[in-house]
Design a protein around this ligand. Structure first.
Ligand code: HEC
Length: 258
């Protein structure tokens, strides 16, 4: 009997766990939009004074990136940082004040200070929101980039389908790696080219070993292997804009034998 009760309690803790997504949808989404590609956001804020998208507040993705970068210590583990975000949110929802905000002032200058939500969001809801907002940016990068394979899968698929392996080397928290993923790897043209002729994998260069004895370069870096799995086509270091990266992919295609 005791066991059954424990089991029921255990299961109900899942059933009644608050979903950060639902809380956000009900209490925040009226002002804060969901994902909008970074290129559109930059153009909207930096070139059109927010007249292109007429946003009411920073997007959820902007909150997510800013929180991860600026609240607490980003090198701590995720759980510790989520707790710091919870504390920040609890304070901001009660006492909003733009000068305390962590989103770039180049963006928040287009908005009035957020109205206080004192008493409208419970502690549990804030906890769920902190976790949801923290996880959102990485989820969006994965959802909006081309499919990512493991190194082994990538080498196999490339051989089978006659494609080029692209290994994107990164280290956690490297700002230019994040910029590359956020602005370039989610670009529609880049995705089209990658989908057609490449197989994409990411390697954390702090722990991963590159195939073919390739030397590790600064991050982000891009390592291209031909579909035979044996020929290194190129190794390139550094961030590139969408146009620069498209040119690079073009030049790699010309070097490939197959
Ligand atoms: C009525 C519109 C509105 C609602 C509803 C709203 N916000 Fe905001 N929020 C804003 C605006 C406008 C800003 C930008 C100005 C500012 O920073 O105060 C903002 C800014 C913020 C910031 C500060 C960003 C920074 O620079 O660090 C946080 C945090 C935030 N909102 C969280 C939330 C959460 C979480 C919810 C839901 C529980 C929510 N907001 C609901 C309008 C709103």
């Amino acid at each position: 009997m005791k066991m059954i009760l424990t089991l029921i309690l255990f299961l109900s803790s899942f059933l009644f766990a608050l979903s950060g997504e639902e809380v956000f949808d009900k209490k925040c989404a009226a002002c804060h939009s969901y994902y909008i590609p970074q290129s559109q956001l930059l153009s909207n804020f930096l070139e059109h004074n927010n007249t292109a998208l007429n946003l009411k507040a920073p997007t959820l993705n902007q909150l997510s990136f800013a929180f991860k970068e600026k609240i607490g210590n980003k090198r701590e583990d995720a759980e510790a940082q989520k707790i710091n975000i919870e504390v920040f949110l609890a304070d901001y929802l009660d006492h909003p004040d733009k000068s305390k905000g962590v989103v770039s002032k180049k963006i928040t200058k287009y908005f009035e200070t957020m109205p206080s939500m004192k008493g409208k969001v419970s502690e549990e809801e804030i906890e769920a929101l902190a976790s949801y907002i923290y996880d959102y940016s990485e989820k969006m990068i994965i959802q909006h980039s081309v499919k990512r394979y493991s190194m082994e899968e990538a080498l196999q698929i490339a051989k089978k389908e006659g494609k080029i392996v692209l290994i994107e080397g990164y280290i956690p928290f490297c700002p230019w790696c994040i910029k590359m993923d956020r602005e370039v790897m989610v670009n529609e043209k880049v995705k089209e080219v990658l989908n057609k002729d490449f197989v994409y994998t990411k390697a954390n260069l702090l722990i991963a070993k590159l195939p073919l004895g390739m030397k590790i370069l600064g991050t982000p870096s891009f390592y291209f292997i031909d579909s035979d799995g044996k020929t290194i086509l190129d190794m390139v270091e550094g961030y590139g804009t969408v146009d620069e990266f498209l040119l690079l992919l073009q030049s790699i295609k010309q070097k490939a034998k197959h």
